[in-house]
Design a binder for this molecule. Structure first.
Ligand SMILES: Nc1nc2c(ncn2[C@@H]2O[C@H](COP(=O)(O)OP(=O)(O)OP(=O)(O)O)[C@@H](O)[C@H]2O)c(=O)[nH]1
Length: 761
């Protein structure tokens, strides 16, 4: 039988899930949350309660079946419904009132700048005729431009570029042969206004009439854009994805000629098991102290440092060591020319040592082993060499090709020799790059700095990066406002293999993402915009996947329970690390899914996603906005924030314990004797009791024992001491006790109180 979730009906009826639940409860139908589902005639009943017309209901039917209809026709239908709502908004029907009340409440609750929609609507109405005439003129001019820019020849990208020069919306908007305007899944309000050739304020006014408060820089989804388009008599269609790669379209990278290449410094990653001394080794090499400053004493972020050995430079990436950072570490190995594998001489080859060996091997990166903590008692080089051999890394003095150097980060023993080995191996690798070209690099780490905005550590790989260059990395673009080297010194340029911290990006880029210098601002912006739309489309896809049959069926079958998590962090690299750690907590009964991860504070849209997919939100070093907190309270969404990953893992572990089908055992907490019976009008019998042992609590279940036989079992309806309601009565006290739906209590009966206690697995 077809099932529909409460929130889906709420959405369709445009009322809150709470209202639906309360109506269902009135109908004696037991539903607990917006994720509960109802079926059969209950669906009809609830639609009747809300006096819904049949068209709407059949929409939900169709959506829930989700079979034959294409996405496009669904959209069309929804659009027609919305359009109806939109144009008939002044009719004071009951439904409209519900919608409006809800909207007003929402605005009051979640939008600090609550506005008087009514007033605005009147103004818009009066201006409507004038606006329409004005629009006509703007539209005609605009369309002339767009039509002019419409591709007339076969060379797609050239035509696109030309179109963009006129519309300044390259990569975002196109005009089809039939004159329809192609837009992506989401579009910025001001871009949309430009695309349809009306003023931004006109679009915003229409949005307000739809109950959407949006500024010119906010995003509009396709459905609303389509609706607004109709108001201006424009056909809006969804743009199909390009198959050409973004880098090709924007002409951002190319192969260098051999004769342009010159030697560059090696980039080295230090890897190894937790606490084997990676940070200490780098400290010893750089002679600074990093460990003390780190939260929880664990290296959380990738840093990069340049050191000088004789006349050569070596660049070190300080990759974090704990298992939680496996994903980041593997990224580190990909930009790396050489890996130093730290193995503590007193501890030996451990799981993460093996993992590190595999990462380096997969990336085809040579490994130098630093056998650390040689100053410690119990340091045993031969044992370590044996263990390395057992794991496919045969030391050179044992006939293999793995160079092993015994060191001590504490005393400095062997450090010079280690660096010399690095320089020698790097020389054999003949590492080269062309410094005279537009720079291409990789983002090693990125974060949101309170004072300076988005910052990124970039490892330049080709060309020379300069302060003032226009760059783009995924969705983030901007002109480099300032550039610093690894010692915090402001610099003007950086060549191949040099790590730099850059300021001036629009957003926090993703660690592991390429960063390109572009010829101008327009190219960078268009690239970033396109990347944003691609990601958004992916997110829409993946979030709707979560809501669909798969998950739903799995949960309702009871074959699997899912814990969905949304992660928000201050640093991009943490997302993958946390994702891995959390997903490892999955077991046979609970599956942990990270459904979304992003950098930045916890916003309303995170809460909405959590509500739609029944997820909890976990933040690292970020906080929810006030409106997200309000919305989360309203939607009953759990938001948890942490500073250290391990605390979060601990909490999730416990949450999982709670989610595992709990086992309960009965625990008797006390006994009382009935010494008198009182008849209370409108209430029934109340037993005057004396607590013999333990205690009687208000939430306990009572077993009524008469002559050693259980004659009744049930809940307590009242528990009093003198005239006051109490939560419990302790041993030796007297009081009054009423039993739910039971009046046949007799003197000398024994009341045994018990609770059901969960047994943790
Ligand atoms: N005796 C001795 N102790 C060392 C040496 N190197 C590191 N340690 C100690 O080992 C502990 C771990 O060192 P870290 O440098 O933090 O290890 P790590 O591998 O960077 O650890 P994570 O960042 O947590 O992965 C610290 O207490 C260091 O003082 C060494 O050569 N000799």
């Amino acid at each position: 039988m077809k099932k529909i979730r409460v929130y889906e009906i709420a959405k369709d009826l445009n009322v809150s899930a709470k209202e639906i639940i309360s109506e269902l409860n009135k109908l004696n139908i037991d539903v607990k949350s917006h994720m509960s589902s109802i079926e059969g005639d209950v669906i009809d009943k609830i639609y009747n309660v809300f006096s819904k017309n049949n068209t709407k209901k059949s929409n939900v039917d169709k959506n829930s079946k989700n079979t034959s209809q294409t996405k496009k026709s669904n959209r069309k239908e929804k659009q027609t419904n919305k359009k109806d709502k939109f144009t008939k908004e002044n009719q004071a029907s009951k439904k409209d009132k519900v919608i409006k009340d809800k909207q007003d409440n929402k605005n009051k609750k979640f939008n600090n700048k609550s506005q008087d929609n009514k007033g605005k609507k009147t103004i818009v109405k009066n201006k409507k005729t004038i606006d329409r005439n004005k629009n006509k003129k703007i539209n005609e001019d605009h369309f002339k431009n767009l039509q002019k820019a419409k591709p007339k020849h076969k060379n797609k990208s050239k035509a696109k570029k030309k179109a963009a020069e006129t519309t300044n919306l390259e990569g975002i908007v196109n005009v089809t042969e039939s004159g329809a305007i192609e837009i992506p899944e989401t579009i910025i309000v001001k871009d949309f206004a430009a695309a349809i050739g009306v003023s931004v304020s006109q679009v915003i006014s229409k949005l307000i009439q739809l109950g959407i408060m949006a500024s010119q820089n906010q995003e509009l989804d396709f459905e609303n854009a389509e609706l607004i388009g109709m108001e201006f008599d424009k056909e809006i269609v969804l743009k199909s994805e390009d198959e050409e790669s973004m880098e090709d379209i924007f002409d951002l990278d190319y192969e260098d000629k051999e004769e342009d290449m010159i030697p560059r410094p090696p980039v080295v990653t230090v890897m190894g098991h937790v606490d084997h001394g990676k940070t200490s080794l780098l400290d010893s090499i750089r002679n600074t102290h990093v460990t003390k400053k780190e939260a929880g004493g664990i290296t959380q972020h990738i840093g990069a440092y340049t050191v000088r050995v004789n006349d050569n430079k070596i660049v070190f990436l300080d990759t974090p060591g704990h298992e939680a950072f496996t994903a980041m570490r593997s990224r580190g190995a990909q930009v790396t020319d050489l890996a130093i594998l730290v193995v503590a001489a007193d501890d030996g080859v451990m799981p993460q040592t093996i993992e590190a060996i595999n990462h380096a091997k997969a990336a085809d990166v040579p490994i130098i082993v630093a056998i650390n903590k040689m100053d410690k008692e119990g340091a045993n080089v031969d044992r370590i060499k044996q263990e390395l051999s057992d794991n496919g890394l045969v030391p050179d003095d044992w006939g293999g090709d793995a160079i092993c150097v015994p060191v001590s980060a504490r005393t400095g023993q062997g450090i010079d020799e280690l660096l010399e080995m690095v320089a020698t191996v790097a020389e054999m690798e003949e590492l080269k790059a062309n410094p005279n070209r537009a720079a291409v690099g990789t983002v090693i780490e990125a974060q949101l700095d309170k004072g300076r905005g988005p910052t990124a550590t970039v490892l330049v790989q080709k060309g020379t990066l300069r302060s003032g260059d226009m760059v783009v990395s995924g969705v983030s673009s901007g002109r480099i406002r300032a550039m610093f080297d690894d010692r915090g010194k402001k610099i003007k340029k950086a060549g191949p293999s040099i790590p730099v911290l850059i300021l001036g990006l629009s957003d926090v880029p993703e660690a592991g993402e390429f960063i390109y210098v572009t010829k101008d601002e327009k190219t960078a912006r268009s690239y970033a915009e396109k990347a944003k739309n691609l990601i958004k489309a992916d997110m829409v896809k993946s979030s709707s996947n979560i809501k669909l049959d798969d998950l739903f069926n799995q949960i309702s079958d009871g074959t699997i329970k899912d814990l969905n998590i949304i992660i928000k962090t201050d640093v991009r690299g943490t997302i993958d690390a946390v994702k891995q750690s959390f997903e490892k907590l999955s077991n046979e009964e609970v599956k942990v899914n990270i459904i979304h991860g992003a950098v930045g504070g916890i916003t309303d849209s995170d809460v909405n996603l959590a509500a739609a997919s029944n997820a909890v939100i976990i933040g690292f070093n970020v906080r929810p906005s006030q409106s997200a907190i309000d919305l989360a309270n309203y939607e009953n969404i759990d938001i948890r924030t942490y500073r250290v990953i391990y605390d979060a893992i601990e909490d999730i572990k416990n949450a999982i314990k709670g989610m595992l089908a709990p086992k309960y055992v009965e625990e008797v907490i006390g006994r009382a004797e009935v010494r008198a019976i009182f008849k209370v009008p409108n209430v029934g019998s109340v037993a005057g009791i004396y607590v013999l042992n333990g205690k009687i609590t208000r939430n306990a279940t009572i077993r009524l024992i008469r002559n050693d036989i259980v004659v009744h079992e049930g809940e307590i309806s009242s528990l009093r001491r003198f005239k006051d309601d109490v939560k419990e009565l302790a041993s030796g006290y007297e009081g009054g006790l009423g039993l739910e739906n039971y009046n046949d209590v007799k003197e000398n009966d024994i009341l045994e109180a018990y609770i059901m206690k969960e047994v943790k697995k």
